[in-house]
Every structure is written in C-alpha cells, then in structure tokens.
Design a protein. Structure first.
Ligand code: B12
Ligand SMILES: Nc1nc2c(ncn2[C@@H]2O[C@H](COP(=O)(O)OP(=O)(O)O)[C@@H](O)[C@H]2O)c(=O)[nH]1
Ligand SMILES: [Mg+2]
Lengths: 309, 135
C-alpha cells in the first residue's frame, strides 16, 4: 500500500489516480491518512465551492452537467462531489448521478466523484468535505457539491459552500413546501430548472413573489432567480455569470470572511463528531453501554467519560 | 473502520437490457457495498474513466447483446494503458460457455450467467477484493 503522504505530489499535479485514491483514504477516515490530509490542507483555499441542493428529481445532476460544460468553455477546471443516500439497513448505496453526467466523460479537466452519506445525520458527511479539499488542492477551480436534497442537508450545504444554489422544478409541487423547509433563506441563487416545460414561468413568478415577502440572508445580496434548461441549454451561461457575480460580491464586500469562518467551524465540529464516534466504536466493548443500560451511569456521565472529561 | 467495497456497474454499447444490472446493483447495495451505476449505452472508455475517478475496487459489466467479445477485452486493455490493473473486472448476462472460458483467460475475474443466486455474486466480489488485498 502506498502511504497516503506519498500521494500528495500526484494530487497537487492533478493526477486522477492519486486524487481518486486519496479521496478513498480520506473517506475511510483511517489514522494513516491524517498527516496527509493535514499536509494537503495547506494547499487548499483556492477553489470556489458551489453547493447545489433541491429535492430529488429537481434536476440537480443535469444542471451540474450543463454548468460544467459551460464552465469548460470558459476554460475552467471543475471538480464534482455528487452525494447519494446510504441505505440505513445495509449501509450500502446505489449512486446514479453519473448517469446524467456522461457527456463530461473523458475530459481530463473534469473530475466527478460519487459519495454516499454513510449514516451521517445531516446528509453532508465529513468525508464529502475532505473530498472537496482534495479536489481544491488538485487545482479544480470550481468545486460543485450536489447534495441528496432531503432532510437537514440543505442547511448543511450552506455551511460547506461559498455559493449555495437551490434548485426548484416546475410541476413538482414543491413551491409551497419550500417556504416550510426554510429553503428560501439559504439560497444565494435560485435556479428554476426544466424551463423547457410550459409551467416553468409560473414557478419563476411564484418564487419571485415569495422572495419579495422574505428577508434575504444578506441585505446587500438579493438572491436572483435564474431559469435554466438542461434540454435546450437556456439560462446556463447566465447562471454561470451569476455565480461569478456572487463570487465577486463576496470578495468585494468582505462577506467571504463570514463564509470562510462558518465553513471552518462546521468542519471542526463535523470532524470532532466523527472522532467521538470512532472512539465510541473502539470503546464499545467497555462497560459504558452495560452500565447505562443497568442505570449505573447516566448517558451524560458515560458521554463525559467517553470524552475523557 | 472497514470502508465499503466500491463497485461500478455498467452497461456498454447498444445493449438495452437493464433489468439484470439493476438487480445486481441492489444485491450489492444490500450486501453493504457502495455501487455506482453509470446508465445505459456507455463506451468502454467512459466506463474505465469513471472507474478511475471513483477509485472502485471492481468494475461489473452486464452484457446481454452478444457484444461481450468486443467490450470486455477493450476494457481490460484500457485499464492496462491507464496503469489501473488493480481494478477487478467481472461480468454477467448472456454469454456462451466457450466465450466465458476465453474471457476468463484474458483476465475477466468472474462471470455470472442467468439465474445466478445473489449470494454467489456477493461472495465472489468479497473474495476477489480480499484476494487482491490493500492497494
Ligand atoms: C427481458 C428481455 C428483454 C426486454 C428487456 C427489458 C429490460 N429493460 O431489461 C426487452 C423486451 C426490451 C428485450 C429486447 C431485446 N432483446 Co431481449 N431479452 C430479455 C430476456 C427474456 C430476459 C433478460 C432479463 O431481463 N433477465 C432477467 C435478469 C435479472 O437476468 P440477467 O440480465 O441475466 O442477470 C442475471 C445474471 O445474468 C447476472 N448478471 C447480469 N449482468 C451482470 C453483471 C454483473 C456485474 C454481475 C455480477 C452479474 C450479472 O446476474 C443477474 C441475476 O442472476 C432475455 C432472455 C434471457 N434468457 O436472458 C432476452 C435476450 C437477452 N434478448 C435478446 C434480444 C435479441 C433482444 C432484442 C435484440 C430483440 C429484438 N430483435 O428486438 C431486443 C434488444 C433490446 C436492446 N436495445 O438491447 C437475446 C440476446 C441474444 C444474444 N445475446 O445473442 C436474448 C438472449 C433472447 C434470446 N434467447 O434470443 N429483451
Ligand atoms: N424537461 C427537462 N427535464 C429535465 C431537465 N433536467 C432534468 N430533467 C429530468 O428530470 C429528472 C431528474 O433529473 P436529475 O438531474 O437526475 O435530478 P436530481 O435528482 O435532482 O439530480 C430526469 O428524468 C431528467 O431527465 C430539464 O432541464 N428539462
Ligand atoms: Mg442527482
């Protein structure tokens, strides 16, 4: 087995096999990989990280493909982390986002990685964020995270990205739900996909109305609504420009600093959570579980001991 | 922590039979593996490129169209070219016995024909990955 640290030069040179292998090692979360990830982290911070969320079937994967093709025309290198849910029963996963992205195959400047949520509560696992680091260090200038689009991960993706895109599709009847889920507040840019469909204009109008009633997350950035179609290519160039405008806004206004701090905080917490979980697995043989079951320890006391407090 | 085995499941060429491939994807998922399905009508190049980016342990190709003697050798060659022969290649579908023998001698690690029970597939994948060892 090649030590993870020895993969770093290849990763920095953008060698796909090394990039892919280091992501696997990082995902497994072994001790062996930690020095490598620490070394790697010094080379990150260059990529613009774009989070894409929206309910399953809203057209996220198709959008990622179209956006990537447009960004390639502009000469940019793109890394993609596409996340799908793990089965809660077997722990395995079937990941199908690549089905929509096949046009990107064979381009050495595009790297797509599928990743399972692996029981991570929020949906966006620590490993996905490590994968973003690897792609960033490997020189991918835009790194796109496609989320599962259910549960908590809309909120989680905000804490991982510089720009968050929320995708709504006409005909899914999710416009009302969007308010409930609080998804309006998290978007930096709203995308209405499938604009080749006749009812898309209504979805755009509905969304704009709702946005007028809502306080934006940042009073100086009114989230724009962009209609796109993966079928006709409509709106894709405009969306790419809008992403660039948001990027420029974050930097010129200084708001990028808030985002970077938020991401750093979330990374620390997620990693700490995983370390605790790993420690729990190692300690499971210990008597904690028995003692809590038999009411000799409270869960709180056991947790403190687990943390060595 | 034991990382799940990663498998890329693929259909190549004009073959549109996708029942079997979906059954196999589910069998492997239910055995706790991470399965990446790339959809119908992929080229051998698409499959190998995806397998490298996904860093899979195994590529599994389902062939029911009769084009197996074209696509399997091409995939094996591409893996050699890309210095990725640590990726195990298996297959299944409708493949005459004589062809199956020939394909195995070329380097296809295992082949599963009609009505293979789920356990046979799962056990073989696990054994092959175990035998290859860490990489
Ligand atoms: C159902 C079927 C169809 C359906 C397909 C529906 C679909 N979406 O899949 C329809 C009606 C559309 C169809 C169309 C055609 N079919 Co048809 N079809 C079949 C049939 C009857 C069953 C296939 C099936 O679904 N089996 C059930 C699944 C679960 O089994 P399986 O795929 O074999 O998978 C199992 C194993 O093989 C293995 N396995 C398979 N793949 C993999 C991969 C991996 C990695 C692993 C580990 C294991 C594994 O595991 C599975 C579980 O045990 C077969 C006959 C047969 N006996 O196979 C003919 C057959 C495959 N079809 C055939 C033909 C000729 C056609 C057509 C060309 C007919 C025509 N002239 O129009 C078209 C072509 C369509 C196309 N675009 O490719 C021929 C192929 C001949 C050949 N290979 O030389 C067959 C063999 C029939 C025959 N005896 O002539 N077909
Ligand atoms: N008409 C139309 N259909 C689309 C468009 N984008 C996606 N779809 C379809 O919507 C379905 C879900 O798309 P997908 O990209 O996989 O959505 P995801 O689950 O959000 O990643 C698929 O059947 C796509 O073909 C589009 O722009 N126009
Ligand atoms: Mg998707």
């Amino acid at each position: 087995m090649i030590p993870s640290l020895e993969l770093i030069p290849g990763v920095l040179a953008g060698r796909q096999r090394d990039v892919a292998r280091l992501i696997t090692r990082a995902e497994a979360g072994d001790h062996e990989c930690r020095p490598a990830m620490t070394e790697l982290y010094r080379h990150t911070g260059k990529a613009h990280i774009i989070g894409i969320t929206g309910v399953p079937g809203s057209g996220k994967s198709t959008l990622v493909k179209s956006l990537t093709i447009a960004a390639r025309h502009a000469g940019r290198r793109i890394g993609i982390v596409a996340i799908d849910p793990s089965s809660p029963f077997s722990g395995g996963a079937i990941m199908g986002d690549r089905i929509r992205m096949n046009e990107l195959s064979g381009d050495p400047n595009v790297f797509i990685r599928s990743m399972a949520t692996r029981g991570s509560l929020g949906g966006l696992c620590r490993a996905a964020l490590d994968a973003v680091d690897v792609l960033d260090a490997a020189g991918y200038e835009l790194v796109i995270i496609e989320t599962v689009g259910v549960g908590q991960d809309e909120v989680e993706v905000v804490r991982a990205s510089h720009s968050t895109l929320v995708v709504s599709a006409p005909g899914l009847g999710d416009d009302i739900q969007a308010i409930k889920a609080g998804i309006l507040e998290i978007a930096d840019i709203h995308v209405v996909s499938k604009c080749d469909k006749p009812d898309a204009q209504r979805t755009i109008a509905d969304l704009k109305t709702m946005l007028m009633l809502d306080m934006p997350r940042d009073p100086n950035w009114m989230p724009p609504v962009v209609g796109t179609s993966g079928e006709t290519g409509k709106g894709i160039d405009e969306l790419l420009k809008t992403i660039q405008t948001h990027h420029d806004y974050l930097h010129s206004s200084g708001r990028i600093q808030d985002r970077l701090r938020m991401i750093a905080e979330s990374r620390i917490l997620k990693t700490a959570e995983e370390l605790v979980r790993q420690r729990f697995v190692r300690h499971r043989a210990d008597s904690f579980t028995d003692q809590v079951t038999q009411r000799q320890l409270s869960p709180y006391q056991a947790a403190q001991r687990l943390l060595g407090e | 922590m034991q990382a799940p085995i990663r498998v890329l499941i693929a259909k190549v060429g004009l073959d549109g039979h996708d029942r079997g491939v979906k059954v196999v994807a589910r069998i492997l998922r239910d055995a706790g593996m991470d399965v990446i399905y790339t959809g119908l009508h992929r080229s051998s190049e698409d499959v190998v490129n995806a397998a490298i980016q996904e860093d899979v342990d195994v590529i599994g190709v389902s062939m029911l169209s009769g084009a197996h003697m074209t696509h399997f050798p091409r995939i094996l060659n591409l893996l050699k070219e890309k210095d990725a022969t640590d990726i195990i290649v298996i297959g299944g579908g409708v493949i005459p016995d004589a062809d199956a023998v020939a394909l195995k001698s070329m380097g296809i690690a295992d082949l599963f024909l009609q009505d293979t029970p789920p356990d046979t597939i799962v056990n073989s994948v696990r054994a092959l990955v175990e035998a290859r060892g860490q990489r």
